[in-house]
Write a protein that binds this ligand. Sequence first.
Ligand SMILES: Cc1cc2nc3c(=O)[nH]c(=O)nc-3n(C[C@H](O)[C@H](O)[C@H](O)COP(=O)(O)OP(=O)(O)OC[C@H]3O[C@@H](n4cnc5c(N)ncnc54)[C@H](O)[C@@H]3O)c2cc1C
Ligand code: SF4
Ligand code: SF4
Length: 436
Amino acid sequence: MSMNKPTQFDVLVLGGGIGGLQAALELAEQGFSVAVVERDASIGGKMIRLSKVFPTLDCASCITTPKMAAASHHPGITLFTLCELGKVERKEGLLSARLVQLPRHVDEDKCIGCRQCEYGCPVYVPDQEQAGLTARKAIYIPFSNAIPQLAVLDPDNCSLCGRCAKVCPTGAVDYAQPAREFTITGRALILATGFKLMTDYPERAYGPASRQPNLITSLEMERLLAPHGPYMRVLRPGDGKEPDSVAFIQCAGSRDINKGVSYCSRVCCMYAIKQAMLLSGSLPLADITIYYIDIRAFGKNYEQFFQNAKAMGIEFVKAKAMVVGQNAEGGVDLVYDDMESGEGAKRRSHDLVVMSLAMLPGCDSPPMAEVLAGPDGFIKSVSPKLAPGLTSQEGVFTCGAAAGPKDIVDTIVEAGHAAQEASIYLAFQGKGRAAA
Ligand SMILES: Cc1cc2nc3c(=O)[nH]c(=O)nc-3n(C[C@H](O)[C@H](O)[C@H](O)COP(=O)(O)OP(=O)(O)OC[C@H]3O[C@@H](n4cnc5c(N)ncnc54)[C@H](O)[C@@H]3O)c2cc1C
Ligand code: SF4
Ligand code: SF4
């Protein structure tokens, strides 16, 4: 951490995704001092990693990057990256939060983001920001529009050859930088820890190193479709071939207590339709199929979006599909029971299959978890309809996918609610602004 950062704030926001950033910006605009605590090396959450957004098909990073920049430049907002929130205690009306910061091995005050270290590093490792489909160096800036634009060294893959320290013009590389623990205080806390995708789905065997490289997750498909994706076009990870048929398996782990979770992940239908539409633009000759149980087009213009996809020739098959193996050509074999024709079990192969995996709570152990988390692990709002940001704890609020699967529009609306509720709470606390 930079030595010059303040440690006392009006509001602590946990999670630097679109929800946390929106809440932080709204509070900072009202004059409150805000700390945004993010465990990744960059803020931006999932949205900065998406291709385009439904239903408008606007470029995701074109919307997210200005918000990230606004948060990082706002004088009322302090960013803490590579930090996890540990224990939170209440002391004399203040929430005192212990932060654990992983070492960046690069001095935040000295690094100017010039990437000389990255260019000079001889070690290549799979880049998880690109679903492991391309390589990055052992010292790197996470992605082109990462904020902060600071290098981070990956100690698990560094060979300690010393080249990065030699080429760095500012002497920022620090191999011995330790992990740090420190305390920040706030009068209110907003939990915006978002979601993660299920990883232990029984049929999940995707990824370049696995037996089924052409069975991928929906977030991996977002990277394949993104303008700055791994291949700059849609190719199969297994062999670099352009797929002639692509399928989506909906409710992979959602609404299925035997294989995953009982709830609906809410956004999968819409993002699968979005991805299918984008695919039919980039692969106009490919057959695109969505295997679904029900289509949940819940928001404004979403039903029209679904109808447009059908009109574009995307095939919708009402069936619960299951992966049964990989064929000799590298394609993925499925079995499914077509609910509409009633013709019983059928078998089909696709060159590339995308699993719309269930969304799980982003934070495994939220502070005060036992009081705040509902039975499914998402942060519990005490009044989801009237005041969605309110939790059972005084001065603790929530927004976005931390409180349950949600799209971006609803996340932003909830972030506004959480900011408003926190602001009213601070006003009633009647103690003015925290010292900078
Ligand atoms: C494949 C896919 C495609 C999608 N496409 C669309 C779309 O087109 N349109 C749309 O409206 N929605 C879409 N969504 C949904 C969208 O991603 C979410 O609505 C949005 O990301 C929620 O934002 P958030 O800030 O609540 O959570 P997140 O984006 O998950 O951000 C949470 C942040 O909190 C951080 N964090 C978590 N725990 C901790 C901790 N303990 N300490 C510190 N930091 C922590 C995380 O690192 C992360 O940066 C899509 C989702 C998926 C999976
Ligand atoms: S010391 Fe490590 S990070 Fe730096 S150049 Fe060598 S391998 Fe890369
Ligand atoms: S660590 Fe040094 S070389 Fe690397 S980006 Fe920062 S200033 Fe440039």
